[in-house]
Write a protein that binds this ligand. Structure first.
Ligand SMILES: Nc1nc2c(c(=O)[nH]1)N[C@H]1C(S)=C(S)[C@@H](COP(=O)(O)O)O[C@H]1N2
Ligand SMILES: [Mo]
Length: 259
């Protein structure tokens, strides 16, 4: 076990801090972190700790030393599958989170709602909830990790986004899929993540229709990304080469945000 105190750098040189953080990582994670450019942004996302002084640097290093190998490996490699769990591991009650409280969450009329599709796709038809429900569904039990310092395991079911993109004739060479939500939230995901086998248009949570708290009528579940890259109450999807920003991304969070 490395001693964190002895690693601290006076004045917090960002490169040295990233190097010291790498020393605290298990082998697999360290290799991936270094291959990924060893950025302080990745560490900030991993720990939710924004480094401005030596005491926050110390907190960041302390947090990194507590992460286990599987969590770190998943965070630093978008190509691996996120770990899956069994039903007994599901967190109950599952936390609600948004940039407001639950009573302010959008109440979407599922009968009137349509998913709008635009951008670089052959078929720009809008999709009703009924139509989405008829597509083949897959269930995953995965961990949701929020930068605010909590994580929880949940069960989500829906249609893999990559199958949907194929169905609508999306240009999968485009750079992003960009989502807008009923509550003015918005979020871009990179195409490799959109095509990741576990990335899902989610319609159900546990054995129920996706509840209002968790994004009714649909959310995009991305277990390889941090919580904020999992938009809820989605109303539109655009396939695009333009980076259009996101609610948290525009406030300085790294758009990659692996989890
Ligand atoms: N539309 C919308 N989607 C959102 C958010 C939001 O405020 N609005 N918050 C994000 C954040 S930061 C988290 S952690 C998760 C929380 O999802 P949950 O309520 O299912 O736990 O939703 C993400 N997606
Ligand atoms: Mo979050």
């Amino acid at each position: 076990m490395l001693r964190i105190k002895s690693l601290l750098i006076p004045g917090v040189d960002k490169k040295l801090l990233a190097r010291d953080a790498a020393k605290l990582m298990p082998d697999v994670s360290r290799r991936r972190f270094i291959a990924g450019g060893a950025s302080l942004g990745a560490l900030t996302l991993l720990t939710g700790c924004d480094v401005v002084d030596s005491s926050s640097a110390e907190t960041l290093l302390a947090k990194i030393s507590k992460f286990n190998d599987s969590v770190q490996a998943a965070i630093f490699d978008p190509n691996t599958l996120a770990p899956t769990y069994s039903e007994k591991d599901i967190t109950k009650p599952f936390p609600f989170n948004a940039f407001y409280t639950l009573d302010e969450a959008p109440t979407v009329d599922g009968d009137a709602w349509k998913l709008e599709v635009s951008g670089l796709v052959d078929n720009k038809k809008s999709w009703t909830l009924e139509e989405l429900n008829k597509l083949p569904q897959v269930t995953q039990i995965t961990r949701h990790i929020c930068v605010e310092g909590w994580s929880a395991i949940g069960q989500w079911s829906g249609t893999p986004l990559r199958d949907f993109l194929k169905l609508i004739g999306a240009d999968t060479k485009a750079k992003y899929v960009w989502f807008r939500c009923a509550d003015d939230y918005y979020s871009p995901i990179d195409m490799p993540t959109a095509l990741h086998p576990q990335t899902q248009i989610t319609l159900r949570f546990g054995n129920e229709v996706l509840p209002r708290a968790y994004g009714y009528p649909i959310k995009i579940r991305i277990p390889t990304k941090l919580g904020f890259k999992n938009p809820k109450y989605v109303v539109s999807m655009e396939v695009t080469n333009d980076y259009k920003g996101g609610y948290w991304e525009d406030q300085g969070y790294n758009s990659f945000s692996g989890s």
